[in-house]
Ligand binder design. Sequence first.
Ligand code: AMP
Length: 288
Amino acid sequence: MILFKKATELHKWLDFQRKKQKSIGFVPTMGALHTGHLSLIGYSQRENDITVCSVFVNPTQFNDPRDFEKYPITIEKDIAMLEEAGTHVLFLPSVPEMYPDGLQATRQYELGFLETRLEGAFRPGHFQGVCRVVHRLLEIVQPASIYLGQKDYQQCMVIRKLVTLMGKEGSISVMVCPTLRETDGLAMSSRNMRLNEDQRKKAVTISQVLTAIKQQLHTGDLSALLNEGQRVLEAAGFRTDYLEITDARTLEPVTNWNGTQSLVALVAAFMGDIRLIDNMVLTQNNTD
Ligand code: AMP
């Protein structure tokens, strides 16, 4: 594995690879890697000649400074995992390398409803920070495909929108890969390592609630399903930011289902000070 810390050096090396007709797959991460991240590396490796993984804890996407301070950093282990997975390139930039003009935003990304619904509403500025860092990463790496996890459902929509805003729909494919889960169903997440034993046991409730909603989905009024899910989350000790069933494309809440609209259930909830998110597509046969 080749490790780059400087954007210009990585850019130059990748330019050389592209001239040799090598296709480049890109997996952006914030480190504290787990099997979910490695599955994205696997998809990229199968579909590209070269896989670039970035590890960068992006300060501008943390609306809560305490969340940023407590974000797990396990870089030695990350490097070992990436080596073991046969990753070709690791990009490990510093903050000044990613933000040469400073952290102050100079541009506003027009994300429309994505910034007013769900994560957009509960984490003001979060998706602007995501767009800033991914925009810069995409300019440096210029991949044929970027690999993202469905675990961050709304973020996948944001990055699709970003690629459109960059005028790159034709040249960068956005690949959304399935959410990897622990054996009890908890969606893998870097934040899970902050859960204590008791919290870890209770955390499974999130995926249980989503599974119950999927199993009990019916046409008509869905409010009882949501109320029951909310009750179960609270009983397990969660403080819920949201639990919603929405249109899979517009993220508009669906309170009365006509049986044909594509649906996704999304949840964000705190266990102590640890915020977990998860989602399940309700109306397709998929691995969820
Ligand atoms: P993060 O390091 O948490 O910012 O995540 C980096 C990428 O890994 C994002 O595209 C996430 O959606 C994806 N990811 C995180 N958790 C999982 C998971 N459990 N399964 C699949 N992909 C994931």
